[in-house]
Ligand binder design. Sequence first.
Ligand code: ATP
Length: 576
Amino acid sequence: MSLFAYLLRYRRGPFLLAIVAGIVSGGTGAAFIAMVNLALDADGAPTVRLIWGYVALCLATLLTRFVSQAMLYRLSQAAIYHLRRRLIDGILGAPLRTVEKTGTARLYSALSDDVVVIADALPGLPGICSGAAFVLVAIAYLVIVSPVVALATGGTVVVGVLLYLLMSATGLGALKAARREQDVLFGHFRSVTEGIKELKLNRDRRAALVEQELEHTALAYRRHSVVGLSVYEGATGGGQAVFFAFIGLLLFGFPAWFALTGQTLAACVLILLFAVSSLQGVLVWFPALGRASVALATIEERLAALKPAAGEPAASTSTAGPDAAVVAAPAPATGTSTVVTNRFADWRGIAFRGVSHVYPGPTGEEFVLGPLDFEFRRGEILFVVGANGSGKTTLAKVLTSLYPPEAGVIQVDGVEVTAADREDYRNLFSAVFSDFHLFDSLLGLPADRAARAEHYLRRLQLDHKVRITGDRFSTTALSLGQRKRLALLVAYLEDRSFYLFDEWAADQDPTFKDFFYRELLPELRDRDKAVVVISHDDRYFHAADRLVRLDYGQIREEEIPGGQAVAGRPGVESGR
Ligand SMILES: Nc1ncnc2c1ncn2[C@@H]1O[C@H](COP(=O)(O)OP(=O)(O)OP(=O)(O)O)[C@@H](O)[C@H]1O
């Protein structure tokens, strides 16, 4: 979609106003030249009408230029917000697999760079419109002064524009290539920021990343950008050269061919010189517009790729349905509450019926989870164990429907979870994944969050490190184990009916590990929660009510080591 079409769709009124103001400004600018010619013809005795006309034209030119420019600046800032919002909504609404496949580097590059490139180019639009209007009005005036010069000028404009379009097409290709390199470059930037520790510890790796990967991509980006922008510059110069050649022809050829008087010639040349400078003001924006159209095409491409599949509703950014039959969900910005229902709130059993998920491998081999037939029950602690890469995290993502099943169905108390109620289904879960993200605020959590958070801070032995100020944690700069405890606190505050912990205890000290398996998990079960614990802690397998092992994507129920004794129930020893 072209930049013009996007702006017409997005803010038709202000955009058209800005364009019309730009056109009027160009028209008045050209009329200004005509006025100068008339003043020169007046031989030092201008009429009062001429003087007032001159003043009015000056004011009109300045005012319309200001209006046009101001509107476009407003529009460009609004467009930044609008495009970023669309991208954010697109990312939040897209299936997790799609986001994973697109990659954070490409999304970040669109969010940060493409949007700004578009906004930077927009203020050039009024200049383009006023320049084009100037040239048209100038030609119209030339028709009065000398029809033959007007006709030749029109022909020159057509030749100049065609030459420009021809040359700029090559430039656009190079700019597209530069844009592709930019995605790779952002990937390297991520490696630098996220791999900073590993890079600092290894000089060779650091040098290889910078000299081979980063520099290679940065140079390719620079090469394509320079070619693209230079070709645009060349096209701009070409357009101007055609005009200068025409003025030369006008000066040295036309008087002999068409018997033009000196006065007519002077008027025509004056108009054309102004037209050339106006044209220069137009063409100078074209490289920026070229980059902006590539950026807009990239954003549209990303949005199209993020679009959920047919029948799959996009995740809403405003209606997180909590896990209760009817609960008051907080609306923090206003302090009011909205009542949201979850159709699965009173669930007892979640069943997989032939559920499977496939990761295609880069060289054809694939990892297949399932097909699985299995039931998860409320009020039960289920351990999921298995070797690295056996599919435990993938199972967690399918269970929470972050990956909707590619085959088979998930049923809640016998009712199939369809795309339409996936949001309700997902909102049954509180999960702490092994690659969890810790938000630094409690926004979006139930209304009594602050008081309950204080309680859990003490329970999780974090009260000496973290305070809750307003709705924010005083700090999240903590050890990994402490950050995981804060993530657990957030999960507690969500107070959903299904808890999922992906190797949560792996980074806890022995005392707290013991506390987690022996007290926290049984407490959740006693509160009628379903609990799935992905764990390698075989010393605590006895804390499970049921235990399943994953083996190359296949599930197998196993005897719990230590017999029937269950942690938190009478007779269980600490840390067995
Ligand atoms: N995003 C992905 N794209 C492609 N393949 C993936 C992806 N994530 C995981 N896999 C593959 O799926 C398989 C199962 O991965 P999964 O993360 O579920 O294992 P896991 O049992 O949780 O392992 P671990 O104990 O190491 O955490 C692995 O072979 C892995 O290579």
